[in-house]
Design a protein around this ligand. Structure first.
Ligand code: ZN
Length: 161
C-alpha cells in the first residue's frame, strides 16, 4: 500500500532509525523493496509505506515508468545525509508513486555525495551521478516532507502512475 500526497505523514520530518540490526528494521526494508517492485518504482521512501523513518530504497534493471533511464544498482539507505551537491544541474520530468498520474519538470544537481548506513549500522559514503543522483535527491526530499509538487513549477497529467 502506497501512501498518497493528501496523507500528512508525507509532510513530516521523518525520524532517525536507531534499531540497527533488528528484525523490525529488516521487515520494514523488505516491505519497501516489495512495494517498490510491485509498483515498478525506481525508488521508495519509508513514509510512502506509512513509516515516518529515515530510510529509502532504490534501484532497477528496467523501469516502465522511466523507459529511457539507465539501470541503477539496488540498495537501501538508512539515515542518509546529503554531504555535497554539484552546482551543475539537469532538468528532467519526474513522477512519484505518492502523486499518481502527474509529472513535473524538476531541476536537480547532476551529482551528489551522501552518507548512509546499512541495516547492520555500517556507515558508507557514495557519490552518484545522473538519474541515480536524481533518485537520491527525490527520496531525501520525502524524508524531509517535500513532494514533487514543491519542486516543479507545474505538474502535468500523465498516463503513467
Ligand atoms: Zn516520490
Amino acid at each position: 500500500m502506497i501512501v498518497t500526497h493528501e496523507n500528512p505523514i508525507l509532510r513530516e520530518h521523518a525520524k532517525s532509525v536507531t534499531n540497527y540490526g533488528s528484525d523490525e528494521l529488516k521487515q520494514i526494508v523488505d516491505r519497501m523493496f516489495k512495494v517498490m517492485r510491485e509498483k515498478d518504482g525506481v525508488g521508495l521512501a519509508a513514509p510512502q509505506i506509512g513509516e515516518s523513518l529515515r530510510i529509502f530504497v532504490y534501484g532497477f534493471e528496467y523501469s516502465p515508468r522511466y523507459p529511457d533511464a539507465p539501470a541503477v544498482p539496488v540498495m537501501a539507505a538508512i539515515n542518509p545525509e546529503i554531504l555535497w551537491r554539484s552546482d551543475e544541474t539537469t532538468n528532467y520530468e519526474e513522477g512519484c508513486l505518492s502523486v499518481p498520474f502527474k509529472r513535473g519538470l524538476i531541476t536537480r544537481s547532476s551529482s551528489v555525495k551522501f552518507s548512509y548506513h546499512d541495516i547492520e549500522g555500517n556507515k558508507y559514503e557514495k557519490t552518484v551521478h545522473g538519474f541515480e543522483a536524481r533518485i537520491v535527491q527525490h527520496e531525501v526530499d520525502h524524508l524531509n516532507g517535500f513532494l514533487i509538487s514543491d519542486r516543479a513549477k507545474e505538474l502535468r497529467d500523465s498516463r503513467i502512475a
